[in-house]
Design a protein around this ligand. Structure first.
Ligand code: HEM
Length: 346
């Protein structure tokens, strides 16, 4: 696939934009007019050609700009990467997973050759070329998880499985929707999900954890999550709240189309072969309401979901201050006629 990488920013002047092709393949997450949490997990098998789930890992036109934004965040706050010493096996597992997937699915951009344990890696878009010994940390410029984590879109955490639970023992997290790696490090599955409303009472986390503890190597799973963000900002972390929190007060029914972005997370989970850990990746897709409305069917659906969203979820997702303005902006696309099930655009 020919990929043209865009020059764009996710902060300051916010030049991030989606091309018509990127809008077309946007992973719109709402098959119905109403949204509530569920155990929405499915096997991570190849999806439709050109879609965000065609490949194991999705590389798109924003790849280079997102890696650059990640590097800025890590330079400003090196604590966004953290790994406990016992995660080294899992770190190599993740490096292998990512390099194999990129080299297989995007051979024009990435090349991997293995000569026993001596591996040569070429990342053309980021202009990186290295030869190293798989398993020998000293042959890479940094820990393997950080090395590869800087070369892939999205946030990644490594989970250790012990005592029938999962613990976040490593992470590279620079584009999160208001949660903190430092805060969640060492917590268990139920503990880090503590702030989420409604879902505990519905038994969702109990069932999801059971599913994950039994996940097998070679059978990854995925789910979609969503929230909203003002301006196309990747780093909406609690650490930098003062840089973006105020933006929520600037939305009006006139500018909502441009300012309010739907933020969809494609979350994938893989069992790791050597460490028996799990790696959890959160790939963030941003689209302004204006661009979403390229397909009026999506705008109509979004209008209904947002208008009727449970107040606890609106509060938790931080939408309260601008929800009315966004609903008003979207309402012009909604004629009230029934919409058939499904996430497809027109
Ligand atoms: C094992 C890997 C996972 C990790 C590391 C993880 C991590 C997180 C974190 C850090 C949050 C934000 C909590 C906060 O507000 O501080 C969150 C939210 C949430 N998680 Fe997970 N999660 C994982 C798997 C799952 C699974 C398998 C489900 C399946 C149902 C799930 C469902 C949710 C839901 C519904 C929310 C609320 C999101 C929202 O409304 O925006 N998570 N997760």
């Amino acid at each position: 696939m020919a990929l043209a990488f865009k020059k764009e920013t996710f902060r300051d002047d916010y030049t991030y934009r989606n091309s018509p092709e990127a809008i077309r393949r946007f992973p719109f997450p709402f098959p119905e007019d109403r949204y509530m949490y569920s155990v929405n997990m499915e096997p991570h098998v190849p999806g439709a050609k050109g879609s965000a789930v065609e490949h194991i890992l999705d590389v798109d036109e924003h790849y280079v700009a997102e890696c650059a934004d990640k590097a800025i965040t890590l330079a400003q706050d090196p604590g966004r990467y953290a790994a406990l010493p016992h995660t080294m096996d899992a770190q190599w597992d993740v490096l292998e997973l990512i390099m194999d997937a990129l080299a297989n699915d995007y051979p024009e951009q990435f090349k991997l050759s293995k000569n026993g344990n001596v591996w040569s890696w070429e990342n053309k878009p980021l202009n990186i070329k290295d030869t190293f010994t798989f398993g020998d940390r000293d042959t890479l410029p940094m820990e393997p998880f950080e090395y590869i984590g800087r070369q892939i879109q999205g946030d990644w955490t490594i989970l250790d499985q012990r005592d029938n639970d999962l613990y976040v023992d490593a992470g590279i997290v620079t584009s999160q929707a208001d949660w903190s790696l430092m805060f969640d490090a060492g917590m268990s599955f139920m503990q880090w999900h503590g702030p989420v409303p409604q879902a505990h009472e519905m038994g969702i986390f109990e069932r999801a954890l059971k599913y994950l503890l039994n996940m097998q190597y070679g059978s990854p799973v995925r789910r979609f999550n969503w929230t909203m963000t003002i301006n196309p900002r990747l780093d909406t972390s609690p650490e930098n709240y003062e840089q973006w929190g105020q933006d929520r007060n600037t939305v009006t029914p006139q500018n909502a189309g441009e300012k309010v972005h739907l933020r969809v997370e494609l979350q994938t989970l893989y069992r790791l072969p050597r460490s028996n850990g799990i790696v959890f990746s959160i790939r963030c897709y941003l689209i302004s309401l204006e661009d979403l409305a390229t397909y009026p069917r999506w705008a109509k659906r979004m209008h209904r979901v947002l208008r009727d969203l449970h107040p606890d979820l609106a509060e938790y997702k931080g939408l309260v201050k601008y929800r009315d303005a966004a609903v008003q902006w979207l309402s012009k696309f909604d004629d009230g006629a029934p919409l058939e099930l499904g996430t497809q655009a027109e």
